[in-house]
Design a protein around this ligand. Structure first.
Ligand SMILES: [Zn+2]
Length: 135
């Protein structure tokens, strides 16, 4: 570990831009969820449409927990990662790898604000996931 390398930490201003970006992404996802719920063949899902706007990420994910729709499951995943990033901002942990706490590359964060791990931890994580599926 060399301390000579200065960590390039995310500024408050940069974080604010990314926060706005994540919030608008969340709003877009809510619209997509609503559109998908409205066309569902299950009445309890149709009933959710009106409530989506008043839900926070946790409630929304919980209410979709029994969904078997491929697209809803995908939206759920995206909402989860957006929520994790927003919570990280509140806790002051945003921009750090969730496994090794290295500062993430700021350019990469601007490309993908929901990124949670540095490249090497992400590779390890994906490998473990693949192993997990094989068990
Ligand atoms: Zn890492």
């Amino acid at each position: 570990m060399s301390k000579a390398i200065a960590m390039q930490e995310i500024t408050t201003e940069q974080q604010h831009i990314l926060q706005q970006h994540l919030l608008s992404e969340f709003a877009v996802l809510k619209e997509k969820v609503k559109a998908r719920l409205a066309t569902s063949s299950k009445p309890y899902l149709n009933d959710l449409v009106e409530q989506v706007d008043n839900m926070n990420a946790d409630t929304l994910i919980d209410s979709l927990v029994h969904s078997e729709s491929h697209s809803l499951n995908l939206y759920k995943k995206q909402i989860k990662s957006i929520d994790a990033a927003l919570q990280g901002m509140e806790l002051g942990l945003y921009g750090l790898c969730s496994d090794c706490e290295t500062a993430l590359d700021i350019d990469a964060l601007f490309k993908c604000p929901t990124q949670q791990r540095c490249d090497s931890c992400e590779t390890k994580y994906q490998q473990q996931k693949v192993k997990g599926f094989k068990l």
